[in-house]
Design a protein around this ligand. Structure first.
Ligand code: PRP
Length: 174
C-alpha cells in the first residue's frame, strides 16, 4: 500500500502563527539580552521565519543532537554532535525547536544548557506532537499542538525528503 501527503497546516496559517509567536516573544523579551538556540536540522526554516518577524535583532546559535530514541534504548540516549558556541551565562536563552515528539531531545538539551547558568531558559516549539511523549518538558511558546501523525515539510523530513516544502503535510496510507 502506498502513501499520500495531505496538507495539514497551510502557508498562510504558518505565516499567521509565526507572526503571533514573534509578537509574543517580542513583548516578553523587550529590552533583554536574548539568544536564540536552534536545534538542527529541522528548525532551520521556522527559526529563519521567526527571527525575521521579531521586532528587534537577536543573537542566534545552533546545536545538533543525535538521539537513539526510545525505540532502541530505554534511556533514550541523546548525544551532542554540535554544541553551542556563544557565551550564555546570565543571558536570556530561548531554545527553538521544530517539533517535540518523545520530549527526550528537549529534556536533555534544557539540562545541558542550564549548566551554562543562563539568566533564563525557555522553549519555543513550532509543533507540539503529543502521541509519543515520554518526558514532560514545559513548552513556553507553541506554534501548533498536533495529536498524532507523521509530519513533513517546513523543515520536517522523512528520510531527508520533503524538508523544504512550505506547508506541513501529514503522511497517510493511500
Ligand atoms: C527531530 C526534531 C527534534 C527531535 C524531537 O529531529 O527536530 O529535534 O526529533 O524528537 P524527540 O522529542 O522524540 O526527542 P531529528 O532527530 O529528526 O533530526 P533533524 O531535525 O535533523 O531532522
Amino acid at each position: 500500500m502506498g502513501t499520500k501527503k495531505r496538507c495539514l497546516i497551510s502557508r498562510e496559517a504558518i505565516a499567521q502563527r509565526v507572526a503571533e509567536l514573534a509578537q509574543q516573544i517580542g513583548r516578553d523579551y523587550a529590552g533583554r539580552d536574548l539568544v536564540m538556540i536552534g536545534v538542527l536540522k529541522g528548525v532551520f526554516i521556522f527559526m529563519a521565519d521567526l527571527v525575521r518577524a521579531l521586532p528587534f535583532a537577536v543573537e542566534v546559535d545552533f546545536v545538533r543532537l543525535c538521539s537513539y530514541g526510545a525505540g532502541t534504548t530505554t534511556s533514550g540516549e541523546v548525544h551532542i554532535t554540535k554544541d553551542v558556541e556563544l557565551p550564555l551565562k546570565d543571558r536570556d536563552v530561548l531554545i527553538v525547536e521544530d517539533i517535540v515528539d518523545t520530549g527526550l531531545t528537549l529534556a536533555f538539551l534544557k539540562q545541558h544548557l542550564a549548566g551554562h547558568r543562563p539568566r533564563s531558559l525557555k522553549i519555543c516549539c513550532f509543533i507540539d506532537k503529543k502521541e509519543r511523549r515520554e518526558v514532560e518538558v514545559p513548552l513556553d511558546y507553541v506554534g501548533f499542538p498536533v495529536e498524532q501523525g507523521f509530519l513533513v515539510g517546513y523543515g520536517l523530513d522523512c528520510g531527508e525528503q520533503s524538508r523544504t516544502l512550505p506547508e506541513i503535510f501529514v503522511i497517510e496510507p493511500e
